[in-house]
Design a protein around this ligand. Structure first.
Ligand code: RB5
Length: 164
């Protein structure tokens, strides 16, 4: 599995640390920058990672800024990107299990390094549960009236809740 990773200056240390962690765990890493601590604008890196993910250059993405908020806002402007700001193991697990999040956002100034590693490990290892969650994720992607459908999202099949 290939993981795309990027940050701004506030997330730079975490980017380096989490990229090493993911490599050590056996994931392939594509580091989209920055390559030093100089101040940069987080949307530039969020948009770059989102475009690369949608182009199939990676399976999942990781974005780190000071709070993770700006990265999530920018990445989620791209239909098909489901960026989740995670603060702990529970949010990381359910972002994957229920929301099929494909980008993990972490705050480099709000999360401790040990918890950040735990979040990363769980996010990368947890599969999407599918089932009724597939329909709900589809409703995120296929906003009523726009006809927009994200790549890789198959039309939902009715589950037990919808059947008579
Ligand atoms: C940079 O100072 C900071 O605003 C940024 O890293 C991030 O927290 C934005 O959401």
């Amino acid at each position: 599995m290939r993981i795309l990773i990027a940050s701004d200056h506030a997330g730079f240390e975490f980017k380096e640390m989490l990229a090493d962690r993911a490599r050590d765990t056996g994931y392939e890493i594509l580091d989209l920058g920055p390559q030093n601590r100089d101040a940069v604008d987080y949307p530039d890196f969020a948009h770059q990672l989102a475009r690369a993910l949608l182009a199939g250059k990676g399976d999942l993405g990781v974005l780190i800024c000071g709070t993770g908020i700006g990265m999530a806002m920018a990445a989620n402007r791209h239909p098909g990107v489901r960026a989740a700001l995670c603060h702990d193991a529970f949010t990381a697990e359910y972002a994957r299990r229920h929301n099929n999040a494909n980008v993990l956002c972490i705050g480099g100034r709000t999360t401790g390094p040990g918890v950040a590693v735990q979040i990363l490990d769980i996010f990368l290892a947890t599969p999407f549960e599918g089932g009724r969650h597939e329909r709900r994720v589809e409703k995120i992607e296929n906003e009523e009236g726009t006809g927009r459908r994200a790549p890789g999202i198959v039309p939902p099949t009715p589950d037990k809740e919808q059947q008579p």
